[in-house]
Unconditional design. Structure first.
Length: 225
């Protein structure tokens, strides 16, 4: 299905995409996770490959097939995701769709944690994970176009504007996750840029992916003199 209107602008370009959740181990059998299915990020990777880009997809633990023509790197934790992203540079565009766990355990136990009979669970100390999008935003090899996603349940545009500035991204694709977006097949997004806010209607994730890749192609295409 080659309905993408990218006019070949992505041929020979490298697009780096993250998708899915990360898992942060607590002990050998338990982990911290979130509800990301990876569907939106995988759809974007598929659209970019169909448009002729070289695509690196850094994927957290998900149950999805690798889209045709996509180089996939599987990771588990946020720190592994950051390492894989930096190893994949340089890229012309990076689209960070992953729902990276904000916190990991301060140190994962080597052995399974056991109940000690007191009725009190052992305290779980958490530390903040590295911010992959912000790292790219401040990187010596910052991609020319840097796109983040933002899952919000309230004040969507306002929070997206703040993330745009803090992470030095070019666009934030903001979505309202107060409904059943996570794991669902449709997504209503707002594209927040320095130029303003574009609101798209609720669309199948595949169509959000196609429209976003068309917008990326337009942004990367050389301007006429
Ligand atoms: N992100 C990232 N690394 C992190 C956290 C987030 O790369 N450790 C990226 C996500 O992939 C997404 C963007 O930053 O592209 C926004 O993620 P979000 O969770 O909405 O923002 P946070 O900065 O984590 O803020 P909060 O969860 O507190 O709203
Ligand atoms: Ca977060």
């Amino acid at each position: 299905l080659d309905t993408l209107e990218t006019n070949g602008a992505l041929k020979g370009r490298h697009i780096l995409i993250t998708a899915g959740p990360t898992h942060e181990p607590i002990d050998p059998v338990r982990y911290i996770a979130n509800r990301s299915s990876g569907k939106q990020g995988f759809a974007i990777a598929a659209a970019a490959a169909r448009a002729g880009a070289r695509v690196t997809l850094v994927a957290g633990p998900v149950h999805l097939p690798t889209p045709a023509g996509v180089d996939r790197v599987d990771v588990e934790t946020a720190r592994e995701m950051l390492a894989a992203v930096e190893a994949a540079l340089p890229a012309d565009a990076a689209i960070m769709v992953a729902a990276v766990a904000d916190w990991r355990t301060a140190d994962a136990a080597d052995q399974k944690l056991k109940k000690d009979g007191s009725g009190q669970p052992a305290p779980l100390a958490l530390v903040e994970n590295p911010d992959i999008l912000a790292t790219l935003g401040h990187h010596a090899q910052r991609p020319a176009l840097l796109v983040g996603f933002a899952a919000e349940t309230q004040k969507i545009a306002e929070h997206a504007q703040a993330k745009l500035a803090k992470k030095r991204a070019d666009w934030i694709v903001a979505n309202d996750v107060s409904g059943d977006v996570m794991g669902g097949d449709a997504n209503a997004v707002q594209i927040v840029t320095a130029a303003g806010i574009e609101s798209w209607p609720s669309l199948p994730k595949r169509e959000v992916a196609d429209k976003l890749i068309e917008k990326v192609a337009h942004a990367l295409s050389p301007r006429p003199d």
